[in-house]
Design a binder for this molecule. Structure first.
Ligand SMILES: [Zn+2]
Length: 280
């Protein structure tokens, strides 16, 4: 049996109420409170295979588990949202980050074929699951190969049937605009109407494998070229099985009618895409 004393690791947590720095043991049970003012502290810590049971499974608070790796760009994108969750849910949630490269057993235990993978755990059991878009084994580690999700990637689940835990209102609005962009503008080849409206005039787009484009006109030309090479009709986007965001970024997987998928990572400015990375 794993004892909490197996890990002596602790984190320094600044109190958002009085400013005092508190040392909190990663394996401490209960709620993290400031030693000075007794205010609730945001709790974000790390675990490895060695101390995962003590830090996460035996936590009396629900755990938001972030399975990530340093080479994974989308993991870096969701990291600020994970940190915000620790602050927003201080006293109600313990946030635990696990580097899957260093902790393969924990990654396997929660079937982290794709990362970032965010799970909400209660007593080690998964009560909610939110997947990122990047297959752990194929993405980004020094290669320019496309990031494609595995075909067995499950749809995103939502916490308590409500909004995904990472989103805020702006992210939700931007994700709605992504729906409009793919289902209406792209599917309908409405380039100069809704497609243009979904982007800023100075949008910078990197369609992987092609030179970067600058400005909406160059972006539209590049998209038209793809449609031409596909026979003149845009391949129809049927669904967005994965969609999440953090701050000014969104990450959306679009599934075409023939089952192929694309990944769009977008940076938003005033409700329009200012920077876009697309893997087709
Ligand atoms: Zn305090």
């Amino acid at each position: 049996m794993t004892q909490a004393s197996q890990t002596s690791r602790s984190d320094l947590v600044g109190c958002p109420h009085c400013g005092k720095r508190n040392r909190i043991s990663a394996a401490a049970r209960g709620v993290a409170r400031c030693g000075s003012c007794r205010g609730l502290l945001p709790w974000l810590t790390e675990a490895t295979d060695a101390d995962f049971d003590a830090v996460a499974v035996q936590s009396s608070l629900p755990v938001l588990l972030d399975l990530w790796a340093p080479w994974c760009g989308p993991c870096r994108m969701v990291a600020p949202g994970v940190e915000r969750a620790a602050q927003q849910f201080a006293g109600r949630l313990k946030v635990v980050k696990v580097n899957v490269d260093h902790s393969p057993n924990t990654a396997a235990r929660y079937q982290a074929q794709s990362i970032p993978l965010l799970l909400v755990l209660q007593d080690g059991e998964v009560v909610a699951r939110q997947l990122g878009a990047v297959p752990r084994t194929r993405c980004c580690a020094g290669s320019r190969a496309p990031c494609r999700p595995r075909s067995d990637t499950p749809s995103m689940n939502r916490v308590d049937g409500g909004a995904p835990i990472m989103t805020n209102d702006e992210v939700a609005r931007n994700l709605q605009t992504m729906d409009e962009l793919d289902f209406r503008a792209w599917n309908g080849a409405d380039w100069h109407g809704s497609f243009a409206r979904c982007h800023t005039d100075d949008v910078v787009v990197e369609l992987h494998g092609q030179p970067r484009t600058h400005g909406i006109d160059e972006h539209i030309d590049a998209m038209k070229a793809i449609v031409d090479s596909a026979g003149g009709t845009p391949p129809q986007v049927a669904s967005h099985p994965i969609a999440f965001g953090s701050g000014e970024w969104t990450c959306v997987v679009g599934e075409f009618e023939d089952g192929r998928r694309m990944v769009t990572i977008a940076k938003w400015r005033d409700g329009a895409i200012a920077e876009e990375h697309i893997w087709l």
